[in-house]
Design a protein around this ligand. Structure first.
Ligand code: FAD
Ligand code: FES
Length: 276
């Protein structure tokens, strides 16, 4: 019988440093010829014998099914163990699991991406997907904030993203060091709402970041005239099975691993009204 909890062996084929505590690992399933498909917003359960298993979003281009990326911040048992991992090392992978960003629902509409810190990693596949299928979407505005410029991910891609047709990239940081040459904006990510002149008309918004940031970002959108069904966000909960069996990630009547992690704001509010 098929064991749903048995991870597939996968090999790290490239490691790229993003910040002082975050790296992107490019991974290939171990068996030669093994393809890996996923939808933007989905996650894998990543495991190392002796260090456990954790849900990690897929951060790469969904058009590439030869390899996939995980962008990992080193915070605990499994992720700290991965800090020293190099090309050729082996990890376990189960997935891809969970719901996706509104790739189809957003077609024919403008898209605003609101990301905070490591929250850009789960949204990057959706951004790259839209660039592949650029004519299907209207204006794309990417609003990205972090505590400092050194905390930002994928910084070498912003220029290329900004050169895509009808695409804007707006950056902000909470803090600028006295000797730092920072030519973008200062303040929390919602300051970019004014700067980018966001407009609710025919627009879908996707948000990912720390829960407090998503709360203020969503409320700021509602004040600007956006409605709940236009807004999607990705929730994080501690997980065990990742496939809707153990109840570990339960929020109200939902399992974040199975019904999420991407939820529509108005639906998430029904079971998560204290936080959003
Ligand atoms: C859908 C989803 C997608 C995610 N995507 C990413 C991603 O792309 N990149 C990424 O870096 N992370 C991601 N995460 C977060 C990641 O899964 C967690 O940080 C995970 O805990 C890391 O595992 P660990 O074993 O390294 O850390 P752990 O050892 O689990 O510790 C992580 C942190 O949680 C604290 N902690 C430990 N046990 C508990 C407990 N019982 N209750 C509360 N706090 C506790 C620890 O003190 C530590 O600060 C995602 C989470 C979800 C749900
Ligand atoms: S982690 Fe087991 S039900 Fe979600």
């Amino acid at each position: 019988m098929l064991n749903l909890y048995m991870p597939l062996k996968a090999k790290i084929i490239e490691v790229k440093k993003q910040t002082h505590d975050t790296k992107t690992f490019t991974i290939r399933l171990f068996e030669n010829g093994s393809k890996f498909g996923f939808k933007p917003g989905q996650f894998n359960m990543v495991s190392l014998p002796g260090f456990g298993e954790a849900p990690i979003s897929i951060s790469s281009d969904p058009y590439n099914n030869e390899t996939f990326d995980h962008t990992i911040r080193f915070v605990g048992s499994l992720t700290n163990a991965m800090e020293s991992f190099r090309e050729g090392d082996i990890i376990g992978i189960r997935g891809a699991y969970g719901s996706s960003w509104p790739v189809d629902e957003a077609k024919g509409k403008n898209v605003i991406v609101v990301a905070g810190g490591i929250g850009l990693a789960p949204i990057r596949p959706f951004i790259l997907q839209m660039f592949h299928d650029r004519k299907s979407y209207g204006k794309i505005q990417i609003l990205y904030g972090a505590r400092g410029s050194g905390e930002m991910l994928f910084t070498d891609e912003f220029e290329r993203w900004g050169r895509q047709p009808d695409t804007e990239v707006h950056l902000t940081v909470d803090r600028v060091a006295p000797d730092e040459n920072w030519e973008h904006n200062k303040g929390v990510v919602t300051v970019l709402y004014e700067i980018a002149r966001i407009d609710p008309e025919n627009t879908v918004v996707v948000i990912c970041g720390p829960e407090i940031m998503m709360r203020f970002a969503s409320r700021g959108l509602l004040k600007k005239g956006f409605y709940g069904p236009q807004i999607y966000l990705s929730l994080e909960r501690r997980m065990k099975c990742g496939i809707g069996k153990c109840g570990h990630c339960q929020l109200g009547g939902c399992f974040v691993c199975k019904h999420g992690p991407v939820f529509r704001y108005d639906q998430a509010r029904e079971f998560h009204d204290t936080l959003l």
